[in-house]
Design a protein around this ligand. Structure first.
Ligand code: MV4
Length: 445
């Protein structure tokens, strides 16, 4: 087993990783910015090193400072968490060059899946359904226009280096295609330093369903079923659940097997998420793969009983996935609500400030993943997510009931949070009836 690692992150995921380390007997070295110097979770780490001022660029995104901390603390590996440097291939390469392990995939696998065009080709090669579209990146506008006409509108233009909704344009006719194509390329060049774009048929009102996968360094790969992440606002997920209750057993098996084929084809190690769109007829199409542990991993942990962070750490330690697929069982239904310090009445503007009253919910089936507490000051320097409320019950209906009860118990004052917005969604007749898709928030709220 690894004996000492550094956690290059902050907040709830830093605490989540520290907890897994302690249970595995791995020493955890935390890093923190000046804004996080009083975070109680730092006490649970074996050592805590200040890496700079609050601004991300000078702390959690600052590669030389993080590598220096890793060298000084003499760790064997770095866990990047999610966000920040988690999918930065340059960072992973530097870790490798410095002889520091990276709790994640190889640089090669990260590069391959980070390129959405390459990932699409890989999926097709692995006989996984992809959305009909261009064979690869498309440079020539008239060629792209021809293809758009052949596929039929609407089509979506996506940046090869994009992902997670960044650098996308939906186009409904030739006129808007002509004005969007060049603009999308220019935008991609500015945003990602890569003007490469591709086009896909636009799937109308799909569900966003993603498969959790884990692979070891000996080529064993297992899936931990799927999450439905359709409840999102402006590409920010608000509520996630597992399983996706519209999938029948056969479709679920096909979907999860498809995800595994992609991961095996990529010669992948560690945790990955393979994202699909599922249309109204239950057809599924691969769209992209994420090479990190994701925010919403707890819903998968609740329904499978597996600790995914521990699996990441064991695999990074050279252990094999010594379990069989048939022993990973789906049990019940789990839902996660993201509690963000945002004002739903002010277009979800970030709402930093000091929490003077904090009471967390509890009771059967309730899990709270957070680093905040009474007296904590939410900094404007970071992402507004301050807690994740996860519930697990035998059925989706019971999970909704427990989630509503837990949200009602949750007190975070005086800052504004997404608790009331989550309650509104969980009380919506169409959510309860499981009639959801990625357009749910925009249509109903
Ligand atoms: C799509 C799509 C429809 N058709 N691709 C959004 C996040 C990124 N992972 C991929 N996304 C989408 N890809 C095809 N071929 C719909 C989305 C999508 C979306 C698109 C535009 C506006 C809002 C959206 C919300 C969720 C998903």
């Amino acid at each position: 087993m690894l004996s000492r690692i550094l956690i290059a992150n902050r907040g709830e995921i830093a605490l989540r990783i520290i907890r897994a380390c302690r249970e595995l007997g791995i020493e955890a070295v935390a890093v923190y910015s000046e804004a996080d110097k009083d975070a109680p979770y730092l006490r649970f780490a074996d050592e805590a090193i200040c890496i700079g001022p609050p601004e991300c660029a000078q702390s959690y995104l600052n590669i030389p400072r993080i590598i220096s901390a890793a060298e000084v603390a003499d760790v064997e590996a770095i866990h990047p968490g999610y966000g920040f440097l988690a999918e930065n291939t340059h960072f992973a390469q530097i870790c490798r060059d410095c002889g520091i392990g990276f709790v994640g995939p190889s640089v090669e696998a990260m590069k391959l899946l980070g390129d959405k065009v390459a990932a699409r080709k890989l999926a097709a090669k692995a006989s996984v359904p992809v959305v009909p579209g261009s064979d690869g990146a498309i440079e020539d506008e008239s060629e792209a226009l021809k293809l758009a006409n052949k596929m039929g509108y609407p089509v979506i233009i996506k940046a090869a280096a994009g992902g997670g909704g960044r650098g996308m344009r939906v186009v409904h006719n030739d006129i808007s295609f002509r004005s969007s194509f060049g603009a999308a390329r220019a935008e991609a060049e500015i945003a990602f330093g890569n003007s490469s774009v591709y086009i896909e048929k636009f799937i109308v009102e799909p569900r966003h369903v993603e498969v959790q996968v884990m692979a070891d360094s000996e080529g064993n790969a297992l899936h931990f079923y799927e999450r439905d992440c359709s409840i999102q606002r402006r590409h920010q997920k608000m509520i996630e659940e597992s399983p996706c209750s519209v999938l029948d057993k056969h479709t679920r098996e096909e979907l999860c097997e498809s995800a595994l084929r992609i991961i095996k084809e990529a010669d992948y190690t560690s945790a990955a998420t393979v994202e699909f769109l599922v249309d109204a007829d239950k057809n599924y199409y691969f769209i992209e793969a994420n090479t990190r542990i994701q925010v919403e991993h707890p819903v998968t942990e609740m329904v499978t009983g597996h600790d995914l962070i521990k699996w990441q750490l064991k695999i990074a330690s050279g252990h094999t996935l010594d379990i069989s697929q048939r022993n990973i069982k789906l049990s019940g239904a789990a839902i996660e609500c993201r509690i963000n310090a945002e004002d739903p009445d002010n277009n979800f503007a970030p709402c930093p400030g000091t929490i003077t009253r904090y009471v967390a919910p509890g009771g059967p089936g309730v899990r709270v993943d957070t680093h905040v507490h009474q007296g904590w000051t939410v900094s404007p320097a970071y992402d507004s997510m301050i807690a994740k409320l996860i519930v697990h019950q035998r059925t989706r209906t019971e999970a909704i009931t427990t989630m509503r009860r837990a949200l009602q118990e949750f007190v975070i004052e005086p800052i504004k949070t997404t608790i009331p917005a989550c309650l509104d969604i969980l009380s919506h007749n169409l959510f309860v009836k499981n009639k959801i898709d990625t357009g749910f928030i925009e249509r109903n709220f």
